[in-house]
Ligand binder design. Structure first.
Ligand code: ZN
Length: 287
């Protein structure tokens, strides 16, 4: 029938008292705006005569005007939806998708900065594995597990328990100097909401591991600016949109904008990479 999705639902056409051929003419005319072509498509025998005549019919004219406003409304609605989507992407927080965390190292919070275990279970398992590897004799293994053998290769729990990745690194740690270990954490993408959900553009498997793909936020912002510029021009040619005003002010007078100098490079984010760093150095830390 029609290629225009705005005309797919023709309930509005029922408001007008038209016969089937007239209905087809109205729909065809909304597509082509050529009376003779629309009349031919609608099935009139003499399209070149009937087409212009139909256009002067009051009921047909009203139906065409109604159809045009339907198309405009649909287009406006689509533009608004698209703008809303761009706004969501432009303002979404990438931190909701991936987080770069500085976790403590094993010596940060250990007693006297000795190796700290997560739990008693973790320690016992590690000790048993080490003892099994070190000795082949069952009696020796038993004695080692009971603490009756002095061997520096057997793990001990002098550093205590309670290691947690969610704690902060200890600035006084002699092992990591307070940098801790850097961990990149990915969000459970099933639980994403709002902007973050739109920002998320799937997962890519790379040689380095899994990478989260994101929509282009810069592009979204640019589209949004264009969108608002377009609307400002449409509403009133004399009126300058707030966004354009802001941009021209920024360009003409840079001093009007408070520019904060970069802080001295002394925080963790600008310090040289830690050896434990996996090589990711373009993370948006602390901003
Ligand atoms: Zn540490």
């Amino acid at each position: 029938m029609t290629d225009n999705p705005a005309l797919a639902d023709t309930a509005w056409l029922d408001q007008h008292t038209l016969n089937d051929r007239q209905r087809r003419f109205v729909l065809a005319y909304l597509e082509t705006s050529v009376a003779a072509q629309a009349a031919e498509k609608a099935g009139y025998k003499q399209p070149h005569v009937q087409g212009p005549r139909l256009l002067s019919n009051v009921v047909v004219k009203a139906a065409i005007a109604d159809g045009r406003s339907q198309i405009e409304q649909k287009a406006m609605l689509d533009a608004t939806k698209v703008a809303e989507l761009w706004a969501e992407i432009a303002t979404a927080d990438p931190n909701e998708l991936t987080q770069h965390i500085h976790a403590p190292c094993r010596y940060c919070h250990g007693i006297d900065h000795a190796y700290q275990w997560k739990t008693k279970r973790e320690f016992t398992e590690a000790k048993a594995a080490a003892v099994f590897d070190l000795y082949s004799d069952d009696a020796l293994r038993e004695a080692a597990m009971a603490g009756q053998i002095e061997d520096a290769r057997i793990p001990d729990d002098a550093g205590g328990y309670g290691y947690r990745l969610t704690d902060d690194p200890n600035p006084d740690c002699p092992e990591c100097s307070g940098f801790g270990i850097e961990i990149t954490r990915m969000a459970d993408t099933r639980k994403l909401k709002g902007g973050a959900r739109i920002l998320f553009d799937g997962v890519k498997e790379t040689k380095q591991g899994i990478e989260i793909k994101m929509q282009d936020r810069g592009k979204a912002l640019e589209n949004l600016a264009k969108h608002f510029g377009m609307f400002a021009g449409k509403v009133d040619a004399e009126e300058v949109s707030p966004l354009e005003r802001l941009v021209s002010r920024l360009v003409s007078n840079e001093n009007a904008v408070p520019v904060r100098p970069d802080p001295e490079p002394q925080d963790a984010s600008t310090a040289p990479a830690h050896p434990l760093d996996g090589g990711a150095d373009d993370h948006p830390a602390n901003d």
